[in-house]
Design a protein around this ligand. Structure first.
Ligand code: 4NP
Length: 153
């Protein structure tokens, strides 16, 4: 199972989602791969936002090995599951999909805990206090996915 986490900048939400999912996979001793990317290119090559780094560290997760990159068409082939953080990411990624099989890999991250409700992980970029809440919802969503691997794989 290869999972890609996608947001807009690949510096706030998806790096947290990548770090959280990797930790849960380590704990479950699964042989899965996780990466993240942004639909935008502005932050390519950058470290995660310092507030995401700090929030992850408070939960014992080091995400400083990550560097931002832009989502690319090849990711539809490289990954089995593409989790997007919000409905704009969903539209942007689906617009790049060329086959039904590719479209079927894309899902809102919060569908794991709020199926069918089209809920978005809020963008915390302009909200210093939003990062912990984002961490908590990503943690629950990743936990749900890791807890029911047979339904997902
Ligand atoms: P992210 O947050 O999509 O969770 O990484 C953002 C990061 C940067 C910008 C917007 C959202 N930006 O406009 O630069």
């Amino acid at each position: 199972m290869k999972i890609l986490m996608v947001c807009l900048g690949n510096i706030c939400r998806s790096p947290l989602a990548e770090g959280i999912m990797k930790q849960k996979i380590r704990e479950a001793a699964f042989n899965w791969e996780v990466d993240s990317a942004g639909t935008g290119y502005w932050h390519a090559g950058e470290l995660p936002d310092r507030r995401s780094i700090a929030t992850a560290l408070q939960h014992g997760i080091d995400i400083t090995d990550q560097r931002a990159r832009q989502f690319q068409q090849a990711d539809f082939e490289r990954f089995d599951k593409i989790f997007v953080m919000d409905t704009q990411n969903l539209r942007d990624v689906l617009r790049l999909a060329q086959t039904e099989a590719h479209r079927a890999k894309v899902e809102l991250m919060l569908d794991q805990i709020y199926p069918g409700q089209e809920r978005s992980v809020p963008d915390p970029y302009y909200d210093d206090n939003g990062f912990e809440a984002v961490f908590q919802m990503l943690d629950r969503a990743c936990e749900a996915f890791v807890s029911y691997p047979r339904e997902n794989t």
